[in-house]
Design a protein around this ligand. Sequence first.
Ligand code: TYC
Length: 113
Amino acid sequence: MTLSPFMMSGKKDSRDGEASVLTKTRTKTQRPPMYKVLLLNDDYTPMEFVVHVLERFFGMNHAQAFEIMLTVHKKGLAVVGVFSFEVAETKVAQVMDFARRHQHPLQCTMEKE
Ligand code: TYC
C-alpha cells in the first residue's frame, strides 16, 4: 500500500475515508455591454447642422460626417457609434442639448448592442 505524504508525516488523515473532490473555479471574463448611438431623421434640421454634430461629437471628418448624414436622411436613421453605457449616455445628452439650444428637432438615442 502506498502512503500519502500525510500518512508518512505521521499525521492522521482527517477526511476519514471520504474521497477528495477538487473543484476548479472557472473565471469567465465578462465584457461590458456596448451601446449603439442612433441619429434619427426629421424634416427640419438642416443637413449642415447634422454634419457639424457628427464632426463635433463623434470625431468624424467632413466626408464621413456628410456620408452618415445622407444615410440618416435617406434611410431614416443610422448608427453613429458604439460605446460603453456611460459614454453613449453622454454623447446622446450632448447632441440633444446642442440641438435644443439651436432649436432643431434632431433626435439622438441609444440602444443595447
Ligand atoms: N432630413 C433633413 C433635411 O432634409 C436632414 C437631416 C439629416 C435631419 C439627418 C436629421 O439626423 C438627420 N433637412
